[in-house]
Ligand binder design. Structure first.
Ligand code: CP
Ligand code: NVA
Length: 335
C-alpha cells in the first residue's frame, strides 16, 4: 500500500476547523444520495481497491456494521480484528501493529480503551487512523449527530444542545465540537469527580471561544428552552463494576416528559445508543414523535463513508467540492 507523508487521522475535532466540518457535511449529503445510484446500476466506488483494518477492543453494533457496510459500498474491503485476538499491547506492541497494518492496508479504524493507545497507533502508522471510540472520546458519533441536525435544517449558531447524563466520551466529543463549530452546549451531569467531562478538553474548547459551553448539575434547569435533548448510557463500556452505584447517582439525569416539557416544543430527542429505557431515557421519549434516534444511527453510515473518502481519496473529495462551489456560484448568478 502507498504511504503518504501527509496522511491525516481523525482522532477528534481539534484537528479540524468549522469550514472543514461543514464541507464534510455537504459531502455526506452527496454520499447519502449516491446510495440510490447503486440500485440504478451506477454504484459509486471511490474506495475501489482499498482495504481498511478495523480493531475492536470493545463491543459494538452501530460502529462496526456502519463502517463495514460503508467500506463495502464504496468498493473497499474491511478486515475485522477482534482486539483480544491480536492483543494490542499484550500480544504485540501497538507500534508494531501500527507499522505492520500500514504495510497491508490503506486505513485503520480502532475502538480502544485508553486514548493514549490510539494516539500511539496514529503516531506510528503511515496510513490514516480513525477513532471509533475510546474511553476519552467518540468523534464519529458526534459527527453523525451534528450532521443529522444540519440535514434537518436545525443547525444554527445558537442551537441549544443539552446533554443529560455522564461527562463521558460522548459528552467530551460534543465539547470538542463546541470548541470548533459555534453553538450553545450545556452538559447537565452530577457534580462529582468521575462524572465531570475531561478537564483538558473543556479548557481547550472554552479557550477557542467558538461556542457557549456550560457545565451545570440541574437537569431540569439545563433542559429549559433546549432545541436538542441528548443522552447516553449511565454506565459506559468498561465501567460495569460501577453499575449499581451509577443507577443511584444518575437517577435524576433522565430524559423524560418533565424535561421535554421544559425544552422548546420543537425540541428533538437524541441518543447515541445502545439505550436503556427506564434509565437515562423513558420509553416515551426514546420512541416518541420528537425522537430522531434512528436517523442519527443511520447517519453514522453516511458521514463515515464521507470521512473515509476524504481521508483515502482526497482527489475525489476535492473534485466534489470544486464542482459544488461552481454550482453554488452558477445558482447565485441566476438571480
Ligand atoms: N453509538 C455507538 O457507537 O454504538 P455501538 O457501540 O453499537 O457501535
Ligand atoms: N459512553 C458509551 C458510548 C457507547 C456508544 C460507552 O462508552 O460505552
Amino acid at each position: 500500500m502507498e504511504k503518504s507523508s501527509k496522511k491525516k487521522d481523525f482522532l477528534g475535532f481539534f484537528q479540524l476547523d468549522a469550514g472543514k466540518i461543514i464541507e464534510l457535511f455537504d459531502f455526506s449529503l452527496f454520499i447519502k444520495k449516491q446510495r440510490l445510484r447503486a440500485s440504478s446500476g451506477k454504484p459509486y466506488k471511490p474506495l475501489s481497491g482499498k482495504t481498511v483494518a478495523m480493531i475492536f477492543n470493545k463491543p459494538s453494533l452501530r460502529t462496526r456494521v456502519s463502517f463495514e457496510i460503508g467500506i463495502h459500498e464504496l468498493g473497499g474491503y474491511a478486515v475485522n480484528l477482534e482486539g483480544k485476538s491480536i492483543g494490542v499491547n499484550s500480544r504485540e506492541a501497538v507500534e508494531d501493529i501500527a507499522r505492520l497494518l500500514s504495510r497491508y492496508n490503506d486505513a485503520i479504524v480502532a475502538r480502544l480503551h485508553e486514548h493514549s493507545v490510539i494516539d500511539a497507533l496514529a503516531q506510528h502508522a503511515s496510513i490514516p487512523v480513525i477513532n471509533a471510540l475510546t474511553d476519552l472520546s467518540h468523534p464519529c458519533q458526534i459527527l453523525a449527530d451534528a450532521f443529522t441536525l444540519y440535514e434537518k435544517g436545525l443547525w444554527h449558531d445558537n442551537i441549544k444542545v443539552v446533554f443529560i447524563g455522564d461527562g463521558n466520551n460522548v459528552a467530551n466529543s460534543w465539547i470538542e465540537l463546541a470548541g470548533i463549530l459555534p453553538f450553545h452546549f450545556v452538559l447537565a451531569c452530577p457534580d462529582e469527580s468521575g462524572h465531570l467531562p475531561d478537564a483538558q478538553i473543556l479548557e481547550r474548547a472554552k479557550k477557542n471561544s467558538a461556542s457557549t459551553i456550560e457545565i451545570i448539575h440541574d437537569p431540569l434547569a439545563a433542559a429549559s428552552n433546549a432545541d436538542v435533548l441528548y443522552t447516553d448510557v449511565w454506565t459506559s463500556m468498561g465501567q460495569e463494576d460501577e453499575t449499581a452505584k451509577r443507577l443511584e447517582t444518575f437517577r435524576k439525569f433522565q430524559i423524560n416528559s418533565e424535561l421535554l416539557g421544559a425544552a422548546k416544543p420543537s425540541a428533538v430527542v437524541m441518543h447515541c445508543m445502545p439505550a436503556h429505557r427506564g434509565q437515562e431515557i423513558t420509553a416515551e421519549a426514546m420512541d416518541g414523535p420528537q425522537s430522531i434516534v434512528m436517523d442519527e444511527a443511520e447517519n453514522r453510515l453516511h458521514v463515515q463513508k464521507a470521512l473515509l473518502v476524504k481521508l483515502l481519496n482526497h482527489e475525489e473529495y476535492r473534485k466534489f467540492h470544486l464542482t459544488h462551489r461552481l454550482q453554488n456560484v452558477a445558482n447565485k448568478l441566476k438571480f
